[in-house]
Design a protein around this ligand. Structure first.
Ligand code: ATP
Length: 356
């Protein structure tokens, strides 16, 4: 159950807007979120598990002003009063929902940047497909039953798992070797090159790349390093390695920067726009950062295999800007962009439109 918007609006009404604190969980892209928030003049609080993580000492410009330590991230609501007293806005990143748990996250009374209603649409891959289909965005084909596997497929679990446990199968027998143990989906394995495109949608901005409502920005692009599929060719062909029981896996280990062939940029923007338009129609709009995870084929078709609905770790490459964000404003990271949006929400008295 998602907490009623009116409740959050009421909390926001009571906030001292001149003294907002930006908080997030100490993981994933927190360094960048704190760095951006501090640059924009916000107070910051890091929410950590068990102890203060030492690595913030190594990066003083990103070290939050203070920490709140929890036994378990799932106990975050025990600190609600403290967080609300500090006029806190929580920034969700890729680990926030995974660690807190979607039930608690959806219902907690702590104001969250972006639209909480997106959870139901992204954590279930069938809902995500419905959303992208609604926007008429090309996706890899879905195979409903394992018995119908007639071409190479990838078997994926629900939720943001960083590719953990995913596997490739070229037929039913190969599928049965792995037998997934949790809810899964089977998708055509698209052969091409991957681009993870970092967008930001602001419903309260009326300049730049205007769409039906607000404005869309493309701040950067990355490709993920994934172990062991990315480098397994060094050891031999996949077929040979399978005989040794070495199977391709998709565990994210890092990110590298990329740029897209310029003639494909417009199409990518079109898909970003359609994704937002569909989100507005289906659940009131995906607000702030999102990432289209795409594969471009040799026919230059773009297939969107996944959408991440918040800041992605690939944006960590661009803490001082990217080849795209540099053409908007110098030093524009996604973390800073989020902080700028909250600042703008305060200035325009429109926090309620970007916080749920
Ligand atoms: P995250 O939530 O961190 O984005 P995830 O666990 O939801 O990750 P996906 O991003 O859907 O997983 O997929 C993980 C990896 O599997 C991708 O980065 C890509 O390399 C590969 N992959 C996913 N879908 C396809 C596909 N249809 N064709 C080819 N490769 C794919």
């Amino acid at each position: 159950m998602v907490i009623k918007k009116e409740k959050i609006d009421k909390i926001l009404e009571g906030y001292n807007k001149k003294d907002i604190t930006i908080a997030t969980l100490c993981s994933h892209s927190s360094l960048q979120i704190f760095y951006g928030a501090k640059k924009e003049g916000f107070k910051t609080v890091g929410i950590a598990k068990k102890e203060v993580p030492r690595f913030y000492d190594a990066f003083p410009l990103s070290k939050p002003d203070s920490f709140i330590i929890l036994d378990d991230y799932k106990n975050i609501t025990e600190q609600s009063d403290e967080l609300l007293a500090r006029n806190t806005v929580l920034i969700p990143h890729g680990s926030v929902v995974e660690y807190i748990g979607s039930d608690i996250y959806e219902n907690m009374n702590i104001p969250v940047f972006g639209n909480r209603n997106v959870i139901g649409w992204e954590s279930n891959r069938d809902m995500e497909r419905k959303w992208l289909r609604h926007g008429n965005i090309p996706m890899p084909e879905k195979v409903a039953n394992p018995e119908d596997i007639k071409f190479p497929v990838i078997v994926k679990y629900y939720g943001a798992k960083g590719g953990k446990g995913f596997f490739i199968a070229k037929n039913y027998d190969e599928f049965m070797k792995f037998k997934p143990s949790a809810p899964f989906t089977i998708q055509e394995y698209v052969v091409g090159t991957r681009y993870y495109v970092h967008f930001f949608w602001s419903p309260i901005t009326d300049d730049g790349y205007r769409i039906s409502r607000g404005s869309l920005q493309m701040l950067g692009m990355d490709r993920r390093d994934e172990a062991n599929i990315d480098e397994m060719y060094k050891l031999g062909s996949q077929e040979y390695l399978r005989t040794l029981d070495v199977n391709p896996t998709f565990v994210v280990t890092g990110n590298v920067p990329v740029v897209l062939r310029e003639s494909l940029l417009q199409k990518m923007f079109d898909y970003g726009e359609r994704c937002i338009d569909a989100s507005v129609e289906l659940f009131g709009g995906l607000i702030g950062p999102f990432c289209l995870e795409t594969i471009v084929t040799d026919k230059l078709e773009i297939k969107v295999f996944e959408i991440s609905t918040r800041i992605v770790a690939g944006t960590n490459l661009f803490i001082s800007g990217s080849p795209y964000s540099d053409m908007i404003e110098k030093d524009l990271s996604m973390g800073r962009r989020i902080a700028m949006e909250i600042k703008k929400g305060v200035e325009l008295n429109k926090l309620s439109e970007i916080i749920t």
